[in-house]
Design a protein around this ligand. Structure first.
Ligand SMILES: [Zn+2]
Length: 344
């Protein structure tokens, strides 16, 4: 299963960014021997829930834990660090066509059978299910049964960014642990350690909405270039011709859904920043500090009512993008609607 593909796991609490209160609570429960047999880690994507779940698993499986922390040197800890502990298993959703994902009942059954087997190395098993909200109904019912009657010495760690999509009956069987977003400066510090230039690290951290995963993705995918393209689009909206609309829609269709979603996000952020600048040109509340002057120079062309109308166009497109639509036609439609607003 997944997890085994990665060579190394972090197994020290200190390696997990932020979430001090949650770490403390878990360590307290561990050292008092009161950790429940099922936990639900919920919170935004990319804030380190799964990484923290692995440290928790290491602490549960460790032979000589101290103060709720894995010792780091016993055979169980070494096996966890090598992502090879036989009593630890991670289940992730499988890919179904068109980029959608699902957890089927077969996968939950397999996991339940594993849970029933006597542990090999430690005195219990730890099973982590990532994106547990992607279970279909039979899978969810099967997991519920397992949580109600655990088949052996087992700790379940359920991880989700969409807690409300879970059955209430599953939630009520778990100890809930909610995670918030990470602080901007914490994210910027991690990016800087990875060699991202200081100014850029701060800017990407501000754009990441408190998700380290998203920040790293932005570094990798050239997120700032896409941002530049979104602002350029607003700058050119006054002069947008039909020929350009067709050409741009054709070019941007090739980006694919994820990159388009990112572009729309920047468009959305830029428009929201413009609204903030309307109120107060010196406001510290804008997302894109480095683009302050550029966005402010657009204000004479976009009265507030137009910005609100443009935001509505973008929001509609963001929703359509989630469904299976013809991207090129949708992009053409979006550009035409936005041009209409601008011309009005
Ligand atoms: Zn250990």
């Amino acid at each position: 299963m997944a997890g085994a593909q990665e060579r190394h796991f972090h197994i020290r609490w200190e390696d997990i960014l932020g979430h001090g209160r949650q770490k403390e609570e878990l360590r307290r429960l561990l050292s008092q021997g009161r950790l429940p047999h099922a936990l639900l880690l919920s919170g935004p994507e990319g804030v380190g829930k799964k990484l923290l779940g692995r440290v928790l698993a290491a602490a549960v499986l460790c032979e000589h834990p101290s103060d709720g922390a894995p010792c780091g040197i016993c055979p169980a800890c070494r096996a966890m660090a090598d992502a090879a502990h036989p009593d630890y298993c991670e289940l992730e959703p499988e890919l179904r066509g068109k980029g959608t994902k699902i957890i089927r009942i077969e996968a939950i059954r397999e996991l339940t059978e594993l849970a029933a087997r006597y542990p090999v190395m430690s005195d219990r098993r730890v099973l982590l299910i990532d994106e547990v909200d992607l279970m279909n109904e039979p899978a969810a019912n099967s997991l519920l049964k397992t949580l109600e009657e655990p088949p052996g010495e087992v700790t379940f760690i359920l991880v989700t960014a969409a807690r409300s999509a879970l059955l209430d009956t599953i939630i009520s069987r778990c100890m809930p642990l909610a995670f918030g977003v990470l602080a901007r400066d914490e994210i910027a510090a991690v990016l800087a350690r990875q060699g991202v230039a200081d100014g850029q690290a701060a800017e990407i951290a501000a754009l990441s909405d408190g998700s380290l995963g998203r920040a790293l993705q932005l570094v990798e995918s050239g997120g700032l270039e896409r941002r530049d393209s979104a602002i350029k689009f607003l700058e050119g909206l006054q002069r947008l011709s039909m020929t350009t609309i067709w050409r741009e829609a054709e070019a941007m269709e090739k980006w694919g859904r994820e990159e388009l979603a990112e572009w729309l996000l920047y468009l959305n952020m830029s428009l929201r920043d413009m609204l903030v600048l309307y109120e107060d040109g010196g406001s510290p509340l804008i997302y894109q500090e480095n683009c302050r002057a550029r966005l402010a120079s657009l204000l004479p062309y976009f009265p507030e009512r137009k910005i609100f109308a443009l935001l509505a166009c973008v929001k509609e497109m963001q929703e359509r993008l989630r469904t299976n639509v013809n991207l090129r036609l949708q992009l053409e439609g979006l550009f035409i609607r936005m041009k209409d607003v601008s011309d009005r």
